[in-house]
Design a protein around this ligand. Structure first.
Ligand SMILES: Cc1cc2nc3c(=O)[nH]c(=O)nc-3n(C[C@H](O)[C@H](O)[C@H](O)COP(=O)(O)OP(=O)(O)OC[C@H]3O[C@@H](n4cnc5c(N)ncnc54)[C@H](O)[C@@H]3O)c2cc1C
Length: 265
């Protein structure tokens, strides 16, 4: 049987008897430019960037659990390339969105800082070692810190929005202050829409006076309470700043999670 590798737009034109392998709009070898159509400031240092795909029916074509490489210029006008995970899925057609936290000294942050609607961003992908299949595990535990939430949000959304996926998701999300929590409304919506399948526990280093979540860093006790126990059919995903990833790897190892039960984005 003939398989043609074409874009989703060609598939929608319905070539008879031809199963399509959707390629989407990304090229793993070559940077392609996408137009910024909307920039929404979410807090003093976080903004949502909406990029148009070539046509209103195009999909980005990013497998669940993978990310894109974005290229920009730093303050010295030198090229910089960094990984980012869109908060949209291929069920969001015609566009993709990035939620970006901009650090004052950050090289790629500088590029996003000065981007305005109408500018183009160079993007290459998909990238990443994580491959997700529905029901590949019974449950995911997720340990996210700061912007490390975006790969977790992408995977959690894909699981929960797929009616034939029965995987449970247990997310622990650490930040410094309440204001640093990214995608809070979206995460709380997932939790109220899927109360039996998605749990979230927030941990803050500097909590407000009234606070029901965890305080400090993610400890072994917090992981024991809020994540699935070690078992061959569970996986714990980690994504955060390097010191946090290191501390979480040590916590997980001492709780008996084998390397096969862990993945770091
Ligand atoms: C798989 C993956 C997906 C990612 N997705 C996103 C995303 O969706 N949105 C997003 O905003 N970022 C995301 N990141 C992080 C992103 O790739 C960059 O590391 C981040 O934007 C900072 O890059 P920079 O060049 O501006 O900073 P750099 O020039 O690398 O760093 C400069 C300074 O900024 C500060 N800094 C940088 N990164 C961090 C951090 N993570 N925590 C605390 N301080 C930091 C430090 O003080 C550092 O010294 C992701 C990372 C990975 C691995």
């Amino acid at each position: 049987m003939l398989h043609i590798r074409v874009s989703v737009d060609m598939c929608l034109q319905n070539v008879p008897n031809t199963p399509c392998v959707f390629l989407g709009c990304l090229d793993p070898e070559k940077f392609k430019d996408f137009k910024l159509v909307k920039r929404t400031q979410l807090s003093h240092n976080v903004a949502k960037f909406k990029f148009a795909l070539p046509t209103p029916t195009s999909v980005l074509g990013l497998p669940i659990g993978q990310h894109i490489s974005c290229r920009g210029k730093d303050s010295l006008n030198e090229d910089v390339v960094k990984p980012y995970t869109p908060t949209t899925l291929d069920s969001d057609v015609g566009y993709f969105e990035l939620v970006i936290k901009m650090y004052p000294q950050g090289r790629m942050s500088q590029h996003f800082q000065v981007m305005r609607e109408g500018d183009y961003l160079a993007v290459k992908g998909p990238k990443g070692r994580f491959k997700y299949q529905p029901n590949q595990v019974r449950a995911f535990g997720m340990l996210a810190g700061g912007t490390g939430i975006t790969p977790m949000f992408q995977v959690a959304r894909a699981i929960l929005e797929n009616p034939s996926d029965r995987t449970n998701v247990h997310l622990i999300y650490a930040n410094v202050t309440y204001e640093d929590i990214l995608l809070k409304e979206e995460l709380d919506n997932l939790s109220s829409n899927f109360p039996n399948r998605f749990n979230i526990y927030y941990v803050l280093n500097q909590p407000p006076e009234i606070w029901q979540g965890g305080v400090g860093f993610i400890s072994k006790e917090i992981i024991q309470t809020y994540c699935p126990a070690p078992a061959p059919d569970i996986k714990i995903l980690r994504c955060g700043p390097p010191p946090m990833n290191k501390a979480m790897a040590a916590n997980l190892e001492s709780l008996g999670y084998s390397p096969e039960m862990q993945f770091q984005f």
